[in-house]
Ligand binder design. Sequence first.
Ligand SMILES: Cc1ncc(C[n+]2csc(CCOP(=O)(O)OP(=O)(O)O)c2C)c(N)n1
Length: 273
Amino acid sequence: MSELQQIANELRGIAIELSFKGRTPHLGSSLSCADIIAALYWEILDINPQNPEEPQQDRFILSKGHAVTTLYAALAKKGYFPVEELSTYVEADSRLPEHPIPGCIPGIDLATGSLGHGLSVAVGMALANRIQKLDNRVFTLLSDGECNEGSIWEAAMFAPTHKLGNLCAIVDFNKWQATGRSQEVMSLEPLEKKFESFGWNTYRIDGHSFDELLSALRKCESSQETPTAIIADTVKGKGVSFMEDDNNWHYRIPTKEEVELAKRELGLITLNS
Ligand SMILES: Cc1ncc(C[n+]2csc(CCOP(=O)(O)OP(=O)(O)O)c2C)c(N)n1
């Protein structure tokens, strides 16, 4: 297992524990994007966790805010806040609410959870960087169901018009939304062609292949004039056999036994432990 895969699985393990402890849903959503978040935070983002307010660094907006447990896991492991604080998740007065809120922990720039807003704000941040001649980039992670919202396509039209080459939108295309198959609720295909026709550099990749993820993410260069869209084909619940591609895990909370089983599958607990 590669080091990056190991990290992604650790993020998955934390997301599973948090769902169990906090009795919060959206576990399948957190698991589908763990590889994307690991690739971003460990290989791509130029960030300074010790000084998150410093303007000269890349920014990441988790537009699909309901998957925040994976982001909390990454931010803790990266040093934005103490790992021990994860145990306070969703408790009264915790800095780790069920959806991300800026001002709670460092590293969260936008309140998300109400879907459809991340790309518009990321566009604004990228434009602000361009105006201020800052060369840092803005990345945002969208979900496929979220791409049904009109606000996404307004932002998608704006970004190429204003030559926002410092912007990268990644779609965690796990083919499910809350109540059904994305294709049946409102079809997005061919999604990469839609972004392309709006003027984006577009890549369609396997969102669980680190080679493909890193190769596509590295193509977002601040010096370019064209924004980048990465359509990442993923599996909801990825990494745990009994959660994969089963949309019950959009809402279901694991039992203690399921937590143990899942962590074993992820290589986080040996059979003897
Ligand atoms: C504006 C808005 N409407 C409804 C919801 C409730 N909700 C939470 S997750 C979700 C859909 C999840 O599907 P998708 O966006 O594809 O993300 P996934 O969980 O599959 O990664 C919905 C409708 C919301 N968060 N925001």
